[in-house]
Design a protein around this ligand. Structure first.
Ligand code: IMP
Length: 198
């Protein structure tokens, strides 16, 4: 079977591996902008995950003419009016580490009793005919402190408690987190749609 090529609007080798693993059984080869010799860093100027996801997939399609997909994700805290949301990667200002951003969120939330939070991921896909998006979400709680012990995850995982596991995401191996994550859910919907594409 000839493999079909999908361009993935990301610079992350880690994400590429995950996507290639998921898409390979469907006969797709995933390529990154850098594999195509393209320097790719569009500004994410929208105020929603969907908007920013489409900025990336549409721009990559425009540049390559290949069916293109993108993901955009982050964590939202309703008690903070949805912050950090689309600003998750840059929360607290430029130059902070992941840990400093998580500590900034903890400080912002303070002693607030309302600690609900959710991760969202929107995967968007664009080709000559289609422009579609799929959203996954996972709900949890913001802890009162930062987990220094956990060996897993990244970003806000050391402060994100996931009730069904009774643990923080920083305490859960990637393979386990990937069974319930926002990215997994969005990708599942996308793969289901893609498998019906004629
Ligand atoms: P992006 O999808 O690479 O744009 O991720 C945006 C930001 O959201 C990341 O830099 C993290 O701060 C946060 N984020 C998204 N998904 C996760 C996750 O699964 N765990 C922890 N942080 C996440």
């Amino acid at each position: 079977m000839t493999k079909k090529t999908l361009a993935f609007a990301s610079g992350s080798l880690h994400k590429w591996k995950e996507m290639q693993m998921l898409l390979s059984p469907y006969g797709y080869e995933v390529v990154l902008p850098k594999d195509l010799g393209i320097s790719f860093s569009p500004e994410e100027t929208e105020s929603s995950f969907t908007g920013n996801s489409f900025i990336k997939s549409k721009e990559l399609y425009r540049l390559t003419g290949l069916p293109s997909f993108a993901d955009d994700s982050g964590i939202s805290v309703p008690a903070l009016g949805g912050e950090p949301g689309v600003y998750s990667a840059r929360y607290g200002g430029p130059g902070l580490t992941d840990k400093e951003r998580a500590l900034f969120l903890l400080q912002k939330l303070g002693e607030n009793k309302s600690r609900d939070a959710f991760y969202s991921c929107v995967v968007s896909y664009v080709d000559g005919t289609h422009a579609v998006s799929f959203e996954g979400r996972v709900d949890g709680l913001i802890c009162s402190d930062y987990d220094e012990e956990g060996k897993f995850g990244f970003g806000y995982d050391p402060i994100f408690f996931y009730p069904p596991f009774g643990k923080r995401f920083s305490q859960v191996p990637e393979s386990e987190k990937n069974t319930v994550s926002h990215r997994k859910k969005a990708m599942e919907l996308f793969l289901n749609w893609l498998s019906n594409l004629k």
